[in-house]
Design a protein. Structure first.
Length: 395
């Protein structure tokens, strides 16, 4: 998600307890695009397995909805604590939770109950926001302590949220009698980031979970979840596809494409011809790159990728819909574009509106849709399934 100060990369890595069929932790993230706001909830259900998963999922769903209504943090915490069921034997809540709410100005608010402490990594070390402890009655006639805090985030900040499957990894072993602990996690995160300053949120969360597994002698003794938030400069990409409706805008299309501060892609033979002509640059076609059944890609100075138009975009749409089952080939042009899109944060599509009569030929395959409809579908998939920021401009 991109707010007014930086891009927010949010990724979670999760592994279930050894021999369990489902994970007893739950993590959910919701983006309010209109408000430029991101809410994440991490919950650990009591025990493990299906029952723990149901309890954790119930907690995350409830916390997401209540937080989205912009209630004060203390009120949100009070509502959740009064709603959570309590185990009759242990006299503790059936699930823990951590809530993070980041607004459009980069202000992050936290609510923490019984999960490991949130880590905020900045400038090679850690910062700890001032916490307010709130005592709430629970159904067992006991009391529960919930802490609330807030902090103004900065570019390059990282936030690490975990369940106790991470910090308690290795508990009872000779090397880690009290588990990995928060201090052990902090040391590992610091070393990892210092050795790779640009490590992604996905990579860092995966390395933390894998390290916890290694400490637990190669098997997860508990459900293990790690959510990482990375505040950074957004990675941008521009896709130019289709000639402008009016020829006088050809130069504008070329100038905007070549001056764009990010990756640049051209989809369409006519589009690449226009841009090459306006920039006075040659186009070289790679005839060896058509092994995936699509027309070959081409090269132009200053452009990262040039592909055919509607067929390639149609294939990209299909890949995005079925990304988990897709197996790219060595020279898969469509997959190269998908890879660029998935590794970008802010996507600008310059869509020409001049109709290519070939795309209206009823003898062509039925799945060959008009470019505008394919682009809209790609934008929808990127926004809803991959949480990308997508803007379409029609020329």
């Amino acid at each position: 998600m991109q707010n007014r100060l930086f891009h927010i990369e949010a990724e979670v890595c999760q592994e279930r307890k050894y021999k369990e069929r489902v994970c007893g932790d739950a993590c959910a993230t919701k983006i309010h695009k209109e408000e430029e706001r991101l809410i994440t909830v991490l919950s650990d259900g009591l025990g493990s397995g299906v029952k723990a998963n149901v309890l954790a999922t119930m907690t995350t769903s409830m916390a997401l909805q209540f937080t989205a209504n912009k209630n004060p943090m203390e009120r949100t915490a009070e509502f959740i604590m009064s709603t959570l069921p309590v185990d009759s034997k242990r006299q503790i809540s059936y699930s823990t939770f951590t809530i993070m709410d980041i607004n459009c100005q980069g202000l992050a608010s936290f609510i923490e109950y019984d999960n490991p402490e949130i880590l905020i990594f900045r400038n090679g070390g850690y910062i700890t926001p001032q916490k307010r402890n709130n005592i709430f009655p629970v159904k067992s006639n006991n009391e529960a302590k919930v802490s609330t805090s807030s902090i103004q985030l900065q570019k390059e900040d990282r936030i690490i949220m975990t369940t106790d499957g991470v910090t308690q990894a290795g508990m009872g072993s000779d090397k880690h009698p009290f588990g990995w602990t928060n201090e052990g996690l902090k040391s590992f995160v610091q070393q990892t980031i210092n050795s790779n300053a640009n490590i992604s949120a996905a990579q860092l969360s995966r390395q933390i979970v894998e390290r916890a597994k290694a400490i637990d002698a190669g098997t997860h003794k508990d459900d293990t979840t790690c959510m990482v938030i990375y505040c950074r400069e957004p990675r941008k990409i521009l896709i130019a596809s289709g000639p402008p409706y009016h020829k006088q805008y050809d130069k504008q299309l070329a100038d905007r494409t070549i001056s764009f501060a990010g990756k640049k892609v051209i989809c369409g033979g006519t589009t690449s011809t226009i841009i090459g002509r306006e920039l006075n640059r040659t186009i070289d076609v790679d005839l060896q790159s058509s092994l995936d059944g699509l027309p070959p890609r081409a090269y132009m100075e200053g452009i990262d990728l040039i592909t055919e138009g509607i067929l390639t975009l149609g294939r990209v749409s299909t890949i995005l819909e079925n990304i988990k089952d897709y197996q790219p080939t060595q020279n898969d042009t469509a997959y190269k574009l998908v890879d660029l899109l998935i590794n970008s944060d802010a996507i600008l599509i310059l869509a020409g509106t001049k109709i290519n009569n070939a795309h209206q030929d009823p003898s062509l395959p039925q799945e060959l849709e008009i470019r505008r409809n394919v682009i809209k579908k790609i934008a929808f998939l990127l926004e809803t399934q991959f949480l990308k920021s997508v803007e379409i401009e029609y020329l």
